[in-house]
Design a protein around this ligand. Structure first.
Ligand SMILES: NC(=O)c1ccc[n+]([C@@H]2O[C@H](COP(=O)([O-])OP(=O)(O)OC[C@H]3O[C@@H](n4cnc5c(N)ncnc54)[C@H](OP(=O)(O)O)[C@@H]3O)[C@@H](O)[C@H]2O)c1
Length: 262
């Protein structure tokens, strides 16, 4: 009997690993993709030992030109039930001063690779008449934020893109879900090049665990929900900017980000 199959990007750690853990427990075979070779090898072998599922891993920097096409070529002969575009990272700083190489990687990863992988998997899933795709955005998608301009803008792209495609594919048997979580504890804050003090402050501000986020996300995706915002307070928070003047929201978010980094 063929087992169900899922591909997860950013699978070496954090939310991506948690998705893999929960899906493996549910009997899914996995394709785990990440740029972190050591982390990926460790995570894949830990999971392999715990579960009886088949795990394949690919070390790939998805922030490079043609990364999605190259990855797809490696796996295109297989039938996927789930694609989770989870890999992502943050960068803090004023846009005039931040490092373009890191930003170019982020834009490739958050925009081009996510979009191309969605297209490639979607076409095959539609031909088959079933499949689930989830794009991991953030509550950051709902408004712009000074000092994290590209991160927020690219997460906003994911929201608009995913919502529109989710509507287009209605009735095909395939669904597209966009996950919009608030803060939860992973390596995210440290990767975002904050000093350790500020990373700790951000970690304290987290209002969900990675397990809670992953469980709600998978449940929502399986139901075919278009948007998943884990946590009641987060659902309220995303409504707030709609009722406040936009310039006020910009200044308030800048103050919050600067305070997190003091
Ligand atoms: N944690 C939060 O509070 C939070 C809130 C909202 C949304 N999110 C989103 O959740 C997703 C998962 O983040 P996380 O919190 O689990 O962070 P994480 O623990 O840092 O995990 C992200 C994983 O993605 C990998 N990755 C980054 N860039 C990559 C690339 N170019 N190619 C391939 N793999 C790459 C990372 O590898 P490296 O270790 O080598 O970078 C890491 O293994 C991200 O999209 C993030 O924006 C996180």
């Amino acid at each position: 009997m063929n087992r169900k199959l899922a591909l997860i990007t950013g699978a070496a750690s954090g939310l991506g690993y948690e998705f893999c853990r929960l899906l493996a427990a549910d009997g899914y075979d996995l394709v785990m993709v990440d740029r972190d070779r050591e982390g990926l090898e460790q995570s894949a072998s830990k999971l392999q030992q715990k579960s009886g599922v088949t795990i394949q891993s690919y070390v790939k920097d998805l922030g490079r030109n043609h990364a999605a096409g190259e990855l797809y070529k490696e796996v295109e002969d297989r039938e996927f039930d789930i694609l989770i575009n989870n890999a992502g990272f943050g960068l803090y700083g004023h846009f005039a001063n931040t490092d373009w190489e890191i930003e170019e990687t982020m834009l490739h990863l958050h925009v081009l690779t996510l979009t191309h992988l969605t297209k490639l998997f979607l076409q095959k899933m539609i031909r088959r008449g079933s499949g689930r795709i989830m794009n991991v955005s953030s509550m950051a998608a709902f408004q712009p934020c000074p000092t994290m301009s590209l991160y927020y803008a690219s997460k906003g792209y994911m929201l608009y893109f995913s919502e529109a495609v989710a509507n287009e594919v209605k009735g095909t048997g395939v669904t597209v879900t966009v996950l919009l979580p608030g803060l939860f504890n992973t390596n995210f804050a440290r990767t975002a090049a904050m000093n350790s003090g500020s990373a700790e402050r951000q970690e304290k501000a987290a209002n969900s665990t990675v397990e809670q986020v992953a469980k709600k996300a998978l449940k929502g995706m399986m139901k075919g929900k278009i948007r998943v915002i884990p946590g009641f307070s987060n659902k309220l928070m995303v409504l707030l900017p709609r009722f406040l003047p936009r310039n006020f929201v910009l200044s308030a978010l800048r103050r919050i980000q600067e305070r997190l980094r003091q």
